[in-house]
Design a protein around this ligand. Sequence first.
Ligand SMILES: [Zn+2]
Length: 334
Amino acid sequence: MSFKKIIGHDRQIEHLRNAMRNRRVAHAYLFLGKEGIGKKLVALNIAKALNCLRGDKEPCDECRSCLKIDHLHHPDVLLVEPHGQWIRIDQIRDLQRELSHRPYEGKRRICILTGGDRMRQEAANALLRILEEPPLHTVLILLAANVDLMLPTITSRCQRITFNPLPSEQIAEVVRSRLGLEREEAHILASLADGSLGKALQTDLDFVHRGRREIIGKIIDLPSYGPEQILGLAEEMAKGNDDLPMLLTMIHTWYRDLLSYKERGNGAQLINIDLSHDIHKVAPGTDTPSLIHRMEVIQGALWNLERNVNRQITLEAMLLDLARTRGLHGDTWS
Ligand SMILES: [Zn+2]
């Protein structure tokens, strides 16, 4: 897949193309942006463009080098990804050893390190040593979602390129054509993907339909739950195999829909179009401040999950707050 086929990120790609044209490619980049947004695809295309046997700063997608990179079989394109949750120190040490050699067959060696924000102190320090003495003929590309989880001494040595979330309409259009979805289905999936096309394409559609209705059903009942039931639901969610951030996003869309319905007085902008009957029933008993508060509570929980705060504790606090808010702001729905 060449640059031309990447959806979105035009400005970022143009900046990198210019750098290649003007022979001003940095020795280290930091690509910042949400997971599944296309950072790795752009990084692989840089590897292809810099090593293409035919193209001039543009991958041809056909030569031996381009094909090898497409299949991740090129000896000079190194991909370092977290083992489980973290990038381990021995992965960085292996990389350091590898980088002491010259490229084997390519013009440039490209090292793509995903999860640049998922390194403990020891691994981060080892990476810092690589960045302090950048190896010749090598471009290091770190991919990360959260710059505040990285050492400033690492980020300051990289040229930073920020990738923005894709607009939901653009994602809906792509999933409609690639997955053959109906307009309504594509709209729901795109709204849950948080600006990430990769996430939208990988999400299990059954989870989007059945899983979403199930969790929203429980949230509708939440005000009638006792503390034990609430803690039980937190445990069920924490231990389940479902994509937890997406599950929380589903709950967020429910409150967002209630708010939209209340403010507009109609269901023209709903995400959960298939639940418009429930929204119509529940919305009159809610008040705007408590809906906004609940949406903020969910955003806080998502923030915690991104930073690896304990899942169960995060969910318990979130659900207790969502249930309790009713009393604070005078909601009457249940
Ligand atoms: Zn090529």
